[in-house]
Design a protein around this ligand. Sequence first.
Ligand code: FPP
Length: 245
Amino acid sequence: MMKEVDPARLPQHIAIIMDGNGRWAERHAMGRILGHRKGADSVRVAVQTCRRIGIKCLTLYAFSVENWLRPEAEVRALLKLLHEYLEKEVQGLMDQDIRLVAIGNLDALGEPILAKLNEAMARTASNRGMVLNLALSYGGRDEIVLAAKRIVSDGLAGKITSEQVTKELFTSYLYTPGLPDPDLLIRTGGEYRISNFLLWQMAYTEFYFTEILWPDFRERHILKAIADYQQRERRFGKTSEQLRA
Ligand code: FPP
């Protein structure tokens, strides 16, 4: 029997690698782009479910820097889906008191999408129920390199000294200042890798992998991942005895 989710011990922040749209489409004898379209329905379900059960932050890997290398028609279709999402879903985010934020090389998305994104972020900025964080044109190594560049340039400008460069300071130069590190990473689609996602932030994240393809991922699958997470003991390098003391 499936373990119930304990509402008192929810992960604060869930991150999801939404993989398997292409294979889903292939299995249903459809083009890859229709797979992404079905995937956008799963995005809606994941957002609603996380909000309903009281998750504080949900990060979705919607478009990686590596995804730019896909065939041009697929890249265009993914950007179009994102545009549609921003157009259609903002009212839903308002109704659910969800704040939209985004991480990644957002300028690369181009003006029409960037404008929609900025508009959606501004409109939802004072919502407090949950943060929905979209990773767009995102790469974990790029994020770390960018932080290093900004630190060097602030150093050269005399704003910081090398002694002041701590883990906390470094974190404040990343895309995600203010967001807690993810407690739980879910990856659908049966691959067991991190794919350049939130490399710095996932130092102590619990990983949950499932064979379910993203377009098939539903509320019960999220609840199962959370219940599995709640079975684990997070030691952060300590022993079990220390944690019980
Ligand atoms: C991976 O499947 C998924 C992506 C590269 C894109 C994720 C995008 C969406 C779920 C839809 C749009 C998002 C929003 C926020 C509206 P894949 O194509 O790598 O699948 P495969 O490994 O089976 O080929």
